[in-house]
Structure formats: structure tokens, C-alpha cells
Design a protein around this ligand. Structure first.
Ligand code: ADP
Ligand code: MG
Ligand code: MG
Length: 628
């Protein structure tokens, strides 16, 4: 979470009036940046990660674990060093949506792929220690994607009742929201824009004793309409932004050498996004119930879906401009590269875009493909407007552009430089779920960094039609999709077929993630797999020392074993833990007692005092004993 301005925010009724103004000036700000920076080149490969933590407290007597709504206090202390000497900090600490969340990034971006790779895990270990040094004796932090009993009874400390003015949620009190104005304004304005609460519905896992409706979480139905998803049997219903934006991600941002290189890796990483979501799946429980999905993405997507009935196509267009096929938080809708592996056929999703923005950008000389990407972002209204930051100099500010950009939460984000900033064109990779241990998080961060470089240096080609990426995104949510399901993937990722005129549908097929990563030995469809390409890339292009090579080997082994199913994803491991808990009644309910034991086990795995060989096998764990 980078972009947070100080100041007073406008309520929706006022903000709405400025939407066109913000859009128009956002386009001008973008064009100024683009004109100034489109020809810059030779920027070094710098990059950084973002890890999100949740803060919990353990009751000394009952041993109950609850969310601790105190991260703003911890953050105030953590951020002090940066305020005094911003260039000289080891870590940067940022608030996130939840009042129980903390985000940590490296103090300075990493440079290139060298011995510094050895320090990523160390950085994560130290970050964890730094947060822990500011916690109370009964508080702990965890890197889990979703807090299991969010929204059930007394799930957070201190207790507050739900039905607050901001979220108007039946389940979440407003006190779960970070106290900065931006977050409550986002929550209220999304709700007001769509005309009612957000409605998040995901399938419940049907165990042998699972009733179609769960008594302990009955709710006053927003309407009795039998067709509504929340009235369906075996449905988990959530009604507030906090259920989604309270989930934790693992993200990484990469500065590429120039705009074209950034455009190219953006496209290929967009195809990798659902695959990496499936591989990192770590959220199997929502609202105290085992769900039938393994990943957080759709929950966040639904939790910030501000589309009106007109935009959803439920009513004829009158006040709104277009019917919009996706939430603001979703997979990308258009590829943006003009590199030689790109074929127009891959952009097979009818793109909704803001016409005036597109015309202005194309008129100013931006190529249509990039202009369409940005004009698509501009179909959204700005949600948070600061009353003292409306009239700005479009040459020196990018607030209005960033306003639109930073509330389009897609699987990859194409980031232009800020005006006057030395930082270049960047790509942020956003789908991954945070892992329990620093070892796993470092492994996924480093893998993605190497993959980014390999895509560029080896000209790897992951293109499949974008509608297939959307299908993969749905598949990635399915229970244990990493083992059970197949994803659309290119048959040959090392051959650039951009100039070919053959049928694009011949270029890809359905594959398991094991086949994608570890290769396939079947005669007709023999392939070496992505990991072996990456290993060879590292061996031939990076003269790593023995220590770095050994670490890379452990990271790649973890990924290979998760891909083959030899090791479980966190979601699968969580399900096993719950289903084998002595007090589990096979009714999908994750009681406070089960959660206490689950999270205690998570603390132990994180600090290395317990090993879970099905999650992390012994040879992956360092000689010092800990997973860390
Ligand atoms: P967000 O869009 O997620 O709010 P920010 O714009 O604040 O993120 O960017 C934060 C991320 O960018 C961090 O992971 C940070 O390490 C990384 N980052 C910072 N500077 C650079 C740089 N020069 N090149 C690449 N990544 C960078
Ligand atoms: Mg964040
Ligand atoms: Mg980010």
C-alpha cells in the first residue's frame, strides 16, 4: 500500500461530482509522464517485495486467539525511524486495510540478481523480529492469507459490535478498519456507489455433516429473493470490504530497463498469475467455515465490487456509461506489449474503455494498445477524493492518475514513473498468497524475480488468449487445483511464434501445474517444464557462487514439490489439520478451539519449533533447524 495522501476525504455524494474532473486530469497527468518518460532506457533491474502480516493476541487464560486491532499503534512506532531518516532504514512499514495488518517492504530496492538473493530471507526474518520487538507479551504476528474466524462472534480484541456506520456490516465492526480516513472512505464509498452492501458469496465445503445453512451464522437476509446467492444452500455470505481487503498478499515490483520491456513482462506475468495463485493458495477458511475454494482472490474481488446494477447489466444504462464485465479487483483485461511474440488474437476479450480518455491519449500520440489499457482503467470512478487535493498542477502531480490506477487492483499492475522521480517503468506482480514461513515467502519472491528476468533474457513466451487466462483464474480457486485441475498453458514457451499465422488455439493445451513446472514425459507432448528452463537459465547466465546456487536449489525444489503435489499448499494442509482435529464435527465449522490449535501450530511452524513434513520437507529446512 503505497499511495496514501493526508487530508480530508469527500463522502460519495460529493466525490461523485468530481469524477469526470479527476478522470480528465488523471489522463493529462498520465500523458505528461508518458511524454517525459517514454524514451528513457537502460534503467537497472531493481525490485522489491511486499509482505503483509496479521496481528493476533492470545488470551493468557482461555488461550483463545483473536485478531488484535492494534497495528496502527505498532506501525506508529515502526515508522518512527523512517520519519527521522527515510534514506537509512532497513525496512519500510506501511498500513494496510485492516487495523490488524502491517505491511513490510525492504528499505531500499534490491539491485539485480546476485549474491543479494541470499539476503532476501534474512530480510524477512529481520522484519518479523522487528515487528515482534514492539508487540505486547501476548501478541503475535502471522503470515496467513485470511484470518479463519473473521466475522464470527467475538473474533477481535477489543470487542466492538458490528453494524457500524461505515461498513454497515452484520458481521464486522468498523473497528477492524485502519483508522486512516482513506480506508473508511473507500469502504463507505464503494457501498454507496453500488447502492447497497457488497455481497461476497463463496461455496462452503460440504462435509458429511454439513447442514445447508449454518445456524451459528444466521443473518438477516438483505432480501428474501430465493435467486440471490446468499440465500442458496451451502453458501458462505460476507457483507463487508474487510473480509476481502483484510486478506494478506505477497507482492513484488520490478523496474525494467524501458517501457517496452515492462510491457512485455507485464503480459507474460499476467498469464502466470492464476498459476502462481494456485501454487501459493493459502486460504481455505472464511468466516469460521471450511470453504470450497482455496484462494482469497475472489473474496477480495467481490469485497470491493462497486459496480451499480446498470454496470452489472441488470438495469438499462441511464446514469452510468457502460456495462462492466469485472470487478475493480480482477484479472487484467488486455495485453499491452507490441513485442514480436504478441498476436492480436490473444486480446480476445471485448474491452470496455472510457472513450474520451482513449481519444485524448491516442490524439496525444500514445499507441492504441497502451491507450486502451489505460482507458480501461479509466472506466472506474475515483473513490477517495481529498478536498484539498483537487486542483493540482498536472505537470508536477500524478495524484489523479494514481487515484484511478491504485484502485484498479489487477493481477499485474503496469506502473509508470512518478513525475520527477528517478524510478522508471515498473511491473507489480500481485496474485500470490502470503506463505507461513519466511523461507517459503523468500522462495516465491526470488522465483518470480528470476522468472521476470528469464522472460526478458530468454524471450520466453507464455501468451494464451486472455479469455483463457480468465478461465485459469477461476480454476486457480478450486480446492487443491494445483493437483486436481488443469490450466491452459502454451505447449512451447521457448519458441516465439509471434510471426506465425497459425490458429492460436493450436498453441496451447490444458496442463496440470506439475506438467507446467516439472515437465511431461508423455511421448506426444514431451516438455522439460518451466523449472528446468529456469534452472538452466540460472546456470548459464548467472555466475552464482556455490552458496547462492544451493539456496536457489532449495527454493526451486520447494516450488517443484508444491507443483507436483509432493508437498501440500497451505490451503490443503489447513484442510487436513481441521479435518483431523479431534473436536471437528465434519460439519465445516472451524470452532474457536480448532482455530486456537491451528494458529498455535502455525506459530510453531513459523518459528521452526515444529516441522510439518507434508508442508515443508526436511531437506528444505536449514541445518539450523528452523524453516526460517
Ligand atoms: P503499491 O503500489 O503496492 O502500493 P508502492 O508503489 O509503494 O506499492 O511500491 C512498493 C514496492 O515497490 C515495494 O515492494 C518496493 O520494494 C518496490 N520498489 C521501491 N522502489 C523500487 C524501484 N526503484 N524499483 C523496483 N521496485 C521498487
Ligand atoms: Mg499491500
Ligand atoms: Mg503492492
Amino acid at each position: 500500500m503505497g499511495f496514501i495522501a493526508e487530508g480530508n476525504t469527500l463522502v460519495w455524494e460529493d466525490a461523485e461530482k468530481y469524477a469526470d474532473y479527476i478522470r480528465q486530469h488523471g489522463v493529462e497527468q498520465l500523458l505528461n509522464i508518458w511524454n517525459d518518460q517514454k524514451d528513457r532506457g537502460n534503467d537497472v533491474f531493481t525490485w522489491g517485495d511486499e509482505v503483509e502480516y496479521i496481528l493476533v493476541s492470545v488470551d493468557n487464560e482461555t488461550k483463545d486467539i483473536k485478531l488484535a486491532l492494534r497495528s496502527h499503534e505498532v506501525l506508529a512506532v515502526l515508522m518512527q525511524k523512517e520519519k527521522l531518516d527515510p534514506q537509512n532504514v532497513d525496512y519500510l512499514w506501511r498500513p494496510e486495510y485492516g487495523r490488524f495488518m502491517i505491511e513490510g517492504t525492504p528499505g531500499q530496492p534490491y539491485h539485480g540478481l546476485g549474491r543479494q538473493l541470499l539476503s532476501i530471507e534474512e530480510s524477512l526474518i529481520k522484519r518479523r523480529e522487528e515487528i515482534e520487538s514492539h508487540l505486547k507479551e501476548n501478541e503475535r504476528i502471522l503470515t496467513i492469507a485470511s484470518y479463519p474466524r473473521m466475522g464470527v462472534e467475538h473474533f477481535a480484541e477489543p470487542y466492538s459490535s458490528p453494524n457500524g456506520l461505515v461498513a454497515e456490516s452484520q458481521f464486522l465492526p468498523d473497528t477492524v478498519i485502519n483508522p486512516h480516513f482513506r480506508f473508511s472512505t473507500l469502504t463507505a464509498n464503494i457501498r454507496k456507489r453500488r447502492g447497497k452492501n457488497v455481497s461476497i458469496n463463496i461455496p462452503m465445503y460440504k462435509d458429511i455433516n454439513t447442514p445447508p445453512q449454518q445456524d451459528h451464522q444466521t443473518f438477516v437476509s438483505p432480501s428474501n429473493d430465493k435467486a440471490e446467492p446468499y440465500n442458496q444452500p451451502y453458501n458462505i455470505y460476507m457483507d463487508a470490504m474487510g473480509f476481502g481487503m483484510g486478506c494478506c498478499c505477497l507482492q513484488a515490483t520490478f523496474q525494467m530497463s524501458n517501457i517496452e520491456e515492462a510491457r512485455n513482462v507485464y503480459d507474460h506475468m499476467a498469464v502466470m498469475a492464476p498459476i502462481m495463485l494456485s501454487l501459493t493458495a493459502s486460504s481455505a477458511i472464511f468466516k469460521g467455515l471450511l470453504s470450497d475454494i482455496d484462494a482469497r482472490w475472489t473474496v477480495i474481488s467481490q469485497s470491493v465490487d462497486d459496480r451499480t446494477p446498470e454496470e452489472l447489466g441488470q438495469q438499462p444504462l441511464k446514469h452510468n456509461k457502460c456495462v462492466i464485465n469485472k470487478s475493480r479487483y480482477d484479472s487484467i483485461d488486455t495485453f499491452i506489449s507490441r513485442g514480436n511474440t504478441y498476436r492480436a488474437e490473444y486480446n480476445d476479450l471485448p474491452l470496455v474503455y472510457d472513450k474520451p480518455s482513449l481519444e485524448r491519449m491516442v490524439g496525444a500520440g500514445m499507441d492504441e494498445q497502451l491507450a486502451r489499457h489505460f482507458a480501461h482503467l479509466f472506466i472506474r470512478d475515483p473513490l477517495v477524493i481529498y478536498s484539498d487535493k483537487i486542483e493540482l498542477d498536472d505537470k508536477t502531480h500524478s495524484d489523479h492518475f494514481e487515484n484511478i490506477q491504485s484502485t484498479n487492483w489487477q493481477t499485474v499492475r503496469f506502473k509508470p514513473p512518478s513525475p520527477g522521480s528517478p524510478i522508471g517503468w515498473r511491473v507489480e506482480f500481485r496474485p500470490m498468497e502470503v506463505q507461513l514461513t519466511d523461507f517459503e515467502n523468500a522462495a516465491f519472491i526470488v522465483f518470480v524475480a528470476i522468472l521476470m528476468r528469464a522472460i526478458s533474457d530468454l524471450k520466453l513466451n507464455f501468451y494464451v488468449p486472455i479469455t483463457k487466462v480468465d478461465e485459469n483464474m477461476k480454476t486457480a480457486h478450486l480446492r487443491n487445483s494445483v493437483v486436481n485441475n488443469k490450466f491452459y498453458f502454451r505447449k512451447n514457451i521457448t519458441v516465439s511464434t509471434g510471426t506465425s499465422t497459425g490458429n492460436v488455439d493450436e498453441e496451447y493445451e490444458l496442463m496440470t501445474i506439475d506438467e507446467i513446472f516439472n515437465g511431461c514425459k508423455e511421448e506426444a507432448r514431451e516438455s522439460v517444464g518451466l523449472l528446468s528452463i529456469i534452472r538452466k537459465y540460472v546456470a548459464e547466465n548467472k555466475s552464482f557462487d556455490a552458496e547462492t546456487n544451493r539456496l536457489m536449489d532449495r527454493y526451486f525444489s520447494l516450488i517443484g514439490k508444491r507443483a507436483s503435489g509432493e508437498l501440500m499448499t497451505m490451503s490443503t494442509w489447513t484442510r487436513h489439520f481441521v479435518q483431523n482435529h479431534p473436536s471437528y464435527k465434519h460439519d465445516s465449522v472451524v470452532s474457536q478451539e480448532i482455530q486456537n490449535d491451528l494458529l498455535q501450530r502455525c506459530f510453531q511452524i513459523t518459528n521452526g519449533s515444529t516441522h510439518e513434513p507434508k508442508l515443508l520437507s526436511a531437506e528444505l529446512i536449514t541445518a539450523t533447524g528452523g524453516a526460517n
